[in-house]
Design a protein around this ligand. Sequence first.
Ligand code: ES4
Ligand code: ZN
Length: 320
Amino acid sequence: MTELPTVELHIHIEGTLEPELIFRLAERNGIELPYGDIEELRRHYEFIDLQSFLDLYYSNMAVLRTADDFADMTRAYLTRAAAAGVRHAEIMMDPQAHLSRGIPLATSVGAVAEVLAKSESEFGVSTELIAAFLRDRPAEEALAVLDELLEMEVPIIGIGLDSAERDNPPRNFVALYERARQAGLKCVAHAGEEGPPDYIREALDLLAVDRIDHGIRCMEDEELVERLVAEQVPLTVCPLSNVRLRAVDTLPEHPLPQMLQRGLNVSVNSDDPAYFGGYMDENFRQVRAAFGFSSAQLADLAANSVRSAFLTDTRRRELL
Ligand code: ES4
Ligand code: ZN
């Protein structure tokens, strides 16, 4: 079966690191993993909240050491994404998570960017790279890393904000977003995943973001929903992620149908597919099964992704 052509706006490249590749890279780099085999590692993929996932996500990154490791991870994602029907992907990565382990930006970001430069010709997936900053680390560190990225002239289209959301509000990163915007970068931020609706408001008012990653908790705040509808702010929703991190209890209870019904600009995305049970194809398969979306609703979701992407008009027309 050929997959529905899709555009992916919310994906962390480090979240595509599959257990098989973790073991292969560990062996290649002479790293002793705290798990005897893949099955033992997989037993740790039961999460109770965002933090319990982040602990494993950061711990597994220890196998990423060389430029080849980052390149192999990126190629594995592009191969899988192409098979899932993804035609354009805007990919986040966490440079600080590697820099803090002693991996230079030239190795981590450099290798990912080099593979992405050929993704359209080699995999049929056009791509953009977004440097995401860790909100549970100091804002000064984020600023210094952004400055270094700008000096390196790595081809990033924008910046993001991720990691532990609770008690790490967008207001801590005003200077970072000001500098990014001055440099001509697009701005996105995770907000309203675990954090309160007010963090979505802060990301809009204080960081002037172009998109909100997740944003599902807007549904608790009617005034905010009305604003998001009026301004057609893109919300990059990740259904399987929300279930696995227990932002919602079950997929049938996910607010996605209500969000579409209200006229919010929502898209479906995979977030960290190696951790949450599936790539774009599986996210679409499961939301179709749970909600029985009509072809008009599926077309709305697809159109929302295309219009919310950071694309040239030429490429946007090709994807519509
Ligand atoms: C993330 Cl699901 C999620 N939320 C926040 N930060 C993240 N980094 C990677 N995945
Ligand atoms: Zn995310």
